[in-house]
Ligand binder design. Structure first.
Ligand code: FE2
Length: 198
């Protein structure tokens, strides 16, 4: 398939997915329909993997990079392909909005954490609760309150299809926690852009 034709098909498929996401949310009437959102993305990745070839989504020179699929689609959501090199890691953090991740290639370990004690805006204790390794055919959901940390395993870059409740430009302040030091740190409002990595 020609690149131009593929881009057009991809755009149509993404638009249909985001419309499906909107109706899943509407049917949930305010509840968080996590499993249904995850299943919708898993199904999308399964049916449309050929529209998401590695060559269309470059590797970052280091760490990770987000390629936007939702730009220009008139949607409240943010849909991205995250490409990250082995060794890329992130300390426990909370995005402050819901998200879904589905593995397309490679393996990214996601550890989940809970806050056990928060004594001030800058001091908090967290403990690990469980982990999920994203790989092709695996998905995960996070509510707006969930914390995760990430680490990309050896064996090739990780490619993850990520859906967020909002695009990066509209992210609330992402909050990072340091388990060893018991610290809590809210990034500046605009750092959603930085997280995008392009
Ligand atoms: Fe994250």
């Amino acid at each position: 398939m020609e690149a131009q034709e593929r881009a057009a098909e991809r755009k149509a498929a993404c638009r249909a997915l985001l419309e499906q996401v909107r109706s899943i949310e509407a049917e949930a009437r305010g509840a968080f329909p996590g499993p249904a959102l995850r299943d919708a993305l898993l199904d999308f990745a399964d049916r449309h993997r050929a529209l998401l070839p590695d060559d269309d989504f470059e590797l970052p020179r280091a760490h990770g990079r987000m390629h936007a699929l939702s730009d220009g689609l008139d949607t409240p959501y943010g849909l991205y392909i995250h490409v990250a090199r082995p060794g890329k890691e992130a300390e426990p953090h909370c995005h402050g909005l819901w998200s879904v991740g589905v593995g397309l290639a490679g393996r990214e370990v996601n550890r989940f954490w809970r806050v056990t004690e928060q004594s001030s805006a800058t001091r908090a204790r967290v403990e690990e609760t469980h982990s999920i390794t994203l790989a092709p055919g695996t998905g995960m959901v996070m509510s707006e309150h969930d914390l995760h940390s990430t680490f990309v395993l050896e064996g090739g870059e990780a490619r993850i299809l990520n859906l967020f409740a909002r695009p990066f430009e509209q992210f609330p302040r992402v909050v990072f926690y340091h388990p060893k030091w018991g610290t809590r740190r809210a990034l500046p409002q605009a750092s959603g852009r930085t997280l995008r990595g392009d």
